[in-house]
Design a protein around this ligand. Structure first.
Ligand code: HEM
Length: 515
């Protein structure tokens, strides 16, 4: 009798263990496994990356520095050759490197919520447009979309032009100058976003702007520290062990954005009072005002009870970060590539000479749009060096993808833009810089989602037109006056993981005044 009980108990235990192991990756701290509904094994659709320890992939990046995190992730993507699964601390992670799956994810109605790692940005951005989800995200997106309308961007063009000319003033009287792009470009993009989106000139706040950028780097260090240490993923341990190290930096960035908001509130009040004398109602003020800052929209929405002060802070922090950092990276690499590919720089220059007058008086959006080769040049730059190399999503419920894989609730998805952009399935010799890839005839047969630097679908980048316009304007203004020569050897560049794409070494170029 006793023996029988033992056999039955043993069988039940084995069955339970089998079931547990089938449904969970037990050693990765009970991460739920991906599954299918038609009996196929999930691994037959997307392979699992072998873990380095018995804990699945949980500790694969533990203790690695930021450069190793970036390199190991890219090497793994190459080695796997197709979208693959990892099992981390209690969570499956679906790593997407194929355009077909990226398209499915980016357009899936269940997958608009950002991934776990975005929570690391909460102390900085709280839940603004980039990090929020659901109704809150919908209403903010609706509120901000009109502020990126063509007419508004057209009004920003004068600011981009003036800021670009101001950028060149630092080289006045010099025939040549070697510049560290990482030092000079972010100042230009921060000035531009503050004056366009926020309606506040940074001139007399330049030093505070510099402190904002320094503090931003510390916040990024916090982000990457959490990224590579799963034990800091949860807020509880993070708050206990690490949060205090970043409190001062957070105070600086939030203090800076609060000052911008306070300044704009005052300026707006004055501007409206002046305009009211000339016009009878506020709606007219909106449509006929010479320049319409995005922050003004938020302040008006506050008056209508659609957002509160904290909400305004969330969006200002989000727009400022997204608007200055991403375009900095695009410009740094754009200028570096101008230096590295002299023949292509010359092609851009000839085109600029053909369409843009020397006094820049016709440098408006219409003329910018005529610079086709410059457009291909920047597209290729952003393909090889995407400012946002990885994006994340979370499945908020069990979600079936078109390939039959079911992502259990809580699964993470990493959309590896950097790897999609260099996937040999879509790109011939992907590591080569060839702007001609973007000639219309060369795009025809390429999967649209093989190129997603600004994401796509509902959560695409709200500022993509703004970004291209700003970056092209500075390039035109520089190229008109200077030839760009290479200084940094691209072979020495080491990428590192960050909130956005980073390099360990700063990038330099030499400007030589055109005769
Ligand atoms: C080269 C420049 C830029 C690149 C490559 C870029 C790329 C991206 C990408 C990939 C996303 C999706 C992020 C995700 O899903 O996690 C995104 C979202 C966003 N971007 Fe950009 N961006 C750029 C410039 C800008 C600028 C200039 C602004 C604002 C002025 C901006 C504002 C935003 C915002 C607010 C979101 C969140 C949109 C939402 O979720 O509804 N971006 N951007």
């Amino acid at each position: 009798m006793f023996f029988l009980i033992l056999v039955v108990a043993g069988s039940l235990l084995l069955h339970w263990l089998y079931k547990l192991n089938k449904d969970y990756y037990v050693m990765a701290f009970f991460a739920k496994r991906l599954y299918t509904k038609d009996g196929r094994s999930a691994e037959s659709i997307s392979p699992v990356a072998p873990g380095k320890t018995i804990f699945g992939n949980t500790l694969d990046l533990y203790g690695c520095d930021n450069a190793s995190v970036f390199k190991l992730s890219r090497d793994l993507a190459k080695e796997m050759g197709e979208s693959f699964v990892e099992y981390d601390l209690g969570t499956p992670v679906y790593n997407v490197i194929d355009a077909e799956i990226a398209e499915n994810v980016m357009n899936h109605p269940n997958l608009i919520t950002k991934g776990l790692f975005y929570k690391f940005l909460y102390p900085f951005l709280r839940t603004g447009l980039l990090t929020s989800t659901g109704k809150k995200w919908h209403s903010r997106r609706k509120m901000l979309t009109p502020t990126f309308h063509f007419n508004i961007l057209n009004q920003f063009q004068e600011i981009f032009k003036t800021e670009s000319q101001k950028f060149l003033q630092q080289f006045r009287g010099k025939d040549e100058a070697t510049i560290v792009l990482n030092d000079v470009i972010p100042r230009f993009t921060l000035n531009s976003i503050c004056e366009t989106a926020m309606g506040v000139k940074l001139d007399e706040m330049a030093e505070k702007g510099d402190r904002y950028r320094e503090s931003f780097s510390q916040i990024e260090a916090c982000f990457t520290r959490r990224l590579s240490n799963p034990f800091l993923w949860g807020d509880w341990l993070f708050n206990l062990l690490a949060a205090k190290d970043y409190a001062a930096a957070l105070n600086v960035v939030h203090g800076f954005s609060s000052e911008i908001i306070a300044k704009r509130r005052l300026l707006l009040k004055d501007e409206l009072e002046n305009l009211k004398e000339a016009q009878s109602n506020d709606d007219d003020v909106f449509t006929t005002k010479k320049r319409f800052a995005m922050l003004d929209t938020l302040i008006y929405a506050e008056k209508d009870g659609l957002i509160d002060h904290i909400g305004i802070c969330e969006e200002v922090d989000t727009l400022m970060f997204e608007g200055y950092d991403t375009t900095s990276i695009g410009l740094i690499f754009g200028l570096m590539n101008m230096g590295l590919y002299a023949d292509k720089q010359e092609e851009c220059y000839q085109e600029i000479q053909e369409h843009i007058s020397d006094d820049l008086s016709n440098l408006d959006i219409g003329q910018l749009n005529k610079l086709k080769y410059l457009d291909y040049f920047m597209k290729e730059t952003v393909r090889l060096l995407p400012s946002v190399p990885v994006m994340g999503r979370e499945a908020v419920q069990d979600t079936e993808l078109a390939n039959g894989l079911v992502l259990p609730k809580g699964s993470q998805i990493a959309l590896n833009v950097f790897d999609i952009h260099r996937n040999v399935k879509y790109w011939d010799s992907p590591d080569e810089f060839r702007p001609e890839r973007f000639l219309p005839e060369n795009c025809q047969n390429r999967h649209t989602y093989a190129y997603v630097p600004f994401s796509a679908g509902q959560r695409n980048c709200i500022g993509q037109k703004y970004a291209m316009q700003e970056m092209k304007t500075l390039l035109v203004v520089i190229l008109k006056e200077f030839k760009i020569l290479p200084v940094t050897d691209p072979k020495t560049i080491i990428f590192t993981a960050g909130i956005t794409l980073r390099t360990q070494n700063k990038i330099q170029v030499k400007l030589v005044r055109r005769k």
